[in-house]
Design a protein. Structure first.
Lengths: 473, 488
């Protein structure tokens, strides 16, 4: 019992529930609630770091696994959430109603993501995933007087429902064939009996559901509309948190129960194809976009392709590369999103043309944003290069040369549109020279993020020492 | 303190100074930093004891790439990298010096110039492939911004074309490097240059794959025919400092990489692909030579001419001969110096007159004798007049490669005639004749301060041209060790 009370997810859910009650009873100001949520997350971050590092412990009759990878992802999600909650404060004035709940629902979504990193059972997976998805249904449609936000909400709702249906159906198949929903039991059943097509069918259904979440081609069509319509912090949370949540599940499933050669022989070619399609389509479709959120949605599809390529490279290098890539993506993408939020406080930050001449109006926003974009493009010495580099090495080592070639082509295409934004910020003449007010706090956060892009890009030791602890034997 | 680390820290300190001390003229900070760097590199040059092996070595373990290899921050110079460092500091200094301090958005401009110089220095100083790659890519975005913000005609297109081309080249190169590193067995695998040079046996089939990746990857950075189209347009629209640094230094990085990686490790790959390389060389010298002749604008002509001269360097690589490869290093330095001189002059003409067509100039010699003489010397160096550095490099290459590749060498020597045709025509049209309206807008450089960078470049070219032995005795032992390891 004590062990359950001590899990970070439980603490976070409890805190969020208490905040919700407090908000209902005494109506604190949203600003205060935001500060408290921020403090809770920071506290939780420290708590998880300090948490008993005794690995491979299972709780709740074996469905909750606490290992090094889970710890890594929990910290990842908390960090994402810290940055998201912080950026909500920047744009608080744009939220029309129920400002306080915005923070609280974000906390619930975070708790769901953290649970996902420990999942060892298909039913539990479904529950945790729904906690994330339902929270996002609300968050995406939060600007309820704007049609774009409502449209995004409806689309996300329909797509989410469809993907949940796939997940349930797939789980049911797997339960029917193997007699269990627990990963270990599925693993055992797969090893002891001969290969059955039903298993592949069930696995395919489950994977389709996850592909919706990480927006891999051809399950990506919702992403641009939803990213565009959702409030900016939610877009950031979807782009980083939700995507990483999908990938932790893919890693857990494909390197766990379905890692055996018999099954892997089927899913590796399929995923390789999807990885190539996502890299190429995502990056090329981003080129004509004039709306920055839409562009980032397509580029996110491209990044999902790179991450899938890491999973396909069925090696420890591949898994390690996925983790490294996610870290670099977190830092780079959040820098861009926070810079957008800082700019969007007073003006419309969606269209690329609005950024014309930003470098002269406000270097404090333009420099971090340019660094973030260049890092997403994967140019050294920015941190994004380290992610691409590790993925490329893993891909080469597993001899998927076609993926490598597709990665090279799409990286160049990616550079083209990322540089397009940099060009607008640095070359074009600003339409007005009204200086943009930035608070001291914003400067510190943007400064920290952009210096970590450069420093970790050049001195990647911390990144690798964390990941090596998980994967070096 | 390790002098090599100092070379890297000084540009960083200068960038910090520009950021934190806005009241001091950024040009002054930059030029001071580059003078210090140039003096350090001169000191290294005179203290260097010829012989193989690396000097002033500095090595820190950096991080362990999961299950792949240990990566070290590893600096060190041998004779070849010493010459490249010398070239880099020289061209950086002159490039910053010839730039007007009143250039728009001056602080940004000089920060980008410093970054390019830092990247080039790091690439030539590093001995770990990972860092060589990272440092080289330092220059990509600053070059993009330099051309895009301060460029001349057609800058939008030129900057994006150049950046994408170079990024593609770098990624192909990355594939080659990854492939090369992964051929080593896991327990001894490393990104260290020396370890790569000592790989004795790589499977022939693998060599056949990795060789073209490295050749095309580096080749795009060097602008080998037919991947050259970014270079002339890019140089033509770049501000003088960017064109000098890129044509003078960054392009040489690709050649340096080929010398370090292709020669020692991939011999049978080289044999297999040699016919293709020879066709590219002839294309480079001949096709591009004739294209250069057709150019009407000075920056474009210089851009094509600098691309065309890369053919000689590839000839030396293909010949795999000690003398030719010594000439290769000499010509790299010599070409860097002469290209920097000519691009500096073209930049001076363009900013003062706003005109680029060769035919619109005339009478430069009578109107502005100093600029006229400098242009004459630069042109002569570029053609390969004895007494100037390019000649000694080209001669060594032709002598060395004649033995193994007689016919291609004979064809390439014809390139000297081609370059004489277009370069002399440019000299006739620009320097002689009556003073045209455009030339009248030029003001001759009268102060020592303004003349200094040009004189420095000419002095270096003359010094190497008259006394090539001073470079050869540094370079030759390193080439020997590269070739010996390769098994010849």
């Amino acid at each position: 019992m004590n062990a359950i009370l001590g899990t970070p997810e439980f603490l976070l859910t409890l805190a969020a529930t208490l905040l919700l009650l407090w908000d209902a009873i005494s109506n604190p100001t949203p600003r205060l609630l935001g500060r408290i949520s921020f403090a809770i997350l920071v506290g939780l971050f420290v708590y998880v770091i300090e948490l008993d590092p005794k690995m491979n412990k299972t709780l709740w009759s074996g469905i909750y696994l606490w290992d090094a990878e889970a710890k890594f992802f929990k910290l990842f999600f908390i960090l994402t959430s810290i940055l998201v909650v912080w950026s909500i404060r920047l744009l608080e004035s744009k939220i029309e109603v129920a400002k306080s709940e915005f923070y609280i629902i974000t906390l619930f979504a975070t708790a769901g993501m953290m649970l996902l990193s420990s999942v060892q059972d298909l039913v539990f997976l479904f529950v945790a995933l729904e906690l994330v998805t339902v929270s996002f249904y609300v968050l995406v449609a939060y600007h309820r007087s704007q049609t774009a936000s409502l449209e995004a909400g409806v689309k996300y709702l329909i797509m989410g429902a469809v993907s949940s249906a796939f997940l349930v159906m797939g789980s049911a198949y797997l339960l029917g064939v193997t007699g269990s929903t627990h990963f270990d039991a599925i693993n055992l059943a797969l090893r002891s009996s001969e290969m059955k097509p039903e298993i592949l069918f069930g696995l395919a259904l489950v994977l389709v559901a996850l592909f919706f979440k990480v927006s891999v081609v051809p399950f990506h069509v919702w992403a641009p509309d939803v990213y565009q319509g959702a409030p900016l912090p939610v877009t950031a949370f979807l782009a980083v948190g939700s995507k990483a949540a999908g990938f932790v599940l893919l890693l857990r499933l494909l390197t766990g129960p379905f890692a055996g050669e018999e099954v892997a022989g089927y899913w590796i070619p399929a995923l390789a194809f999807l990885a190539i399609a996502s890299m190429i389509l995502g990056n090329f479709a981003a080129i004509p976009q004039r709306n920055l959120k839409r562009m980032l949605a397509y580029s996110g599809i491209g990044h999902a392709g790179f991450l899938l390529a890491g999973i396909v490279s069925n090696f420890f290098q591949g898994q390690a590369a996925v983790l490294i890539y996610l870290c670099t993506y977190l830092i780079s993408a959040m820098t861009v999103f926070i810079a957008m939020s800082a700019y969007g406080k007073n003006s419309d930050s969606d269209h690329i043309s609005n950024y014309a001449g930003l470098s002269r109006k406000s270097p404090w926003i333009a420099v971090p944003m340019a660094l973030g974009l260049i890092s997403l493009a994967g140019i050294p010495p920015c941190i994004g290069f380290i992610g691409k580099f590790t993925i490329f090495i893993a891909v080469w080592q597993s001899e998927h040369y076609v993926i490598f070639a597709a990665g090279v082509i799409s990286a160049v295409a990616g550079l083209y549109y990322y540089l397009g934004v940099v060009r607008t910020m640095y070359w074009s003449n600003p339409t007005d020279m009204e200086p943009i007010e930035i608070s001291f706090q914003t400067k510190i956060v943007l400064g920290l993020l952009s210096s970590s892009i450069l420093i970790l890009g050049f001195w990647s030791y911390p990144l690798f020492s964390i990941v090596n602890k998980i994967f070096l034997f | 303190m390790n002098p090599l680390l100092l070379l890297l820290l000084i540009p960083i300190a200068a960038i910090a100074a520009i950021l934190w001390l806005p009241q001091i003229c950024p040009k002054r900070i930059t030029v001071t930093a580059f003078i210090v760097n140039f003096v350090i590199s001169l000191g290294l040059f005179f203290q260097f004891e010829p012989g193989h092996g690396y000097h002033w070595v500095l090595k820190y373990p950096w991080f362990h790439l999961t299950n792949v290899a240990q990566i070290n921050f590893h600096l060190g110079v041998d004779g070849i990298s010493l010459m490249m460092i010398f070239l880099t500091t020289l061209v950086s200094l002159t490039a910053a010096w010839v730039t007007s301090k009143k250039v728009k958005r001056a602080r940004e401009f000089f920060i980008y110039v410093l970054l390019i110089s830092l990247g080039a220095l790091g690439a030539f100083l590093s001995r770990d492939l990972f860092f060589i790659y990272i440092f080289h890519e330092f220059a990509l975005i600053p070059t993009f911004l330099l051309i895009g913000i301060w460029g001349g005609q057609n800058r939008q297109f030129a900057s994006i074309q150049m950046t994408l081309y170079l990024a593609l080249g770098s990624l192909i190169l990355l594939a080659g490097i990854v492939g090369l590193v992964l051929t080593q067995p896991l327990d001894s695998r490393s990104f260290d240059l020396e370890a790569i040079q000592q790989i004795h046996v790589i499977d022939d089939g693998v060599q056949k794959v990795i060789y073209p990746l490295l050749l095309i990857g580096f080749g795009i950075l060097i602008s080998i025919f037919p991947f050259h189209s970014w270079a002339p347009t890019g140089y033509a629209s770049a501000p003088a400092a960017a064109a000098m640094l890129h044509a003078g230094v960054l392009k040489k990085f690709g050649l340096y990489g080929l010398l370090r990686l292709l020669l020692p490790a991939l011999e049978s790959g080289a044999d297999y692909w040699r016919p293709v390389l020879l066709v590219l060389i002839i294309g480079n010298v001949f096709y591009l030579g004739y294209v250069t002749m057709a150019q009407k604008e000075l920056p474009l002509m210089l851009g094509y001419s600098s691309v065309m001269h890369m053919g000689y360097l590839f000839l030396a690589l293909a010949s795999h001969h000690l003398v030719a490869l010594t000439g290769f290093v000499l010509l790299m330095v010599a070409h860097g110096v002469s290209a920097a001189l000519l691009f500096a002059l073209a930049g001076e003409f363009q900013t003062k007159t706003g005109e680029t067509r060769i035919a619109s100039f005339g009478g430069l010699y009578t109107h502005a004798p100093f600029l006229g003489i400098m242009f004459l010397i630069g042109s002569m160096a570029s053609i390969g007049l004895p007494g100037l550095a390019n000649f000694s490099g080209e001669v060594l290459i032709f002598f060395g490669s004649f033995k193994s590749l007689p016919w291609v060498t004979v064809v390439c020597v014809w390139g000297v005639v081609i370059s004489a045709v277009y370069q002399l025509r440019a000299v006739r049209l620009i320097c002689f004749g009556t003073v045209s309206e455009v030339t009248a807008k030029l003001v001759d450089l009268s102060t020592y301060s303004a003349r200094f960078p040009y004189l420095l470049l000419v002095a270096v070219s003359l010094w190497i041209g008259i006394n090539p032995q001073s470079v050869i005795h540094l370079v030759q032992p390193c080439i020997e060790s590269i070739l010996n390891v390769g098994g010849r």
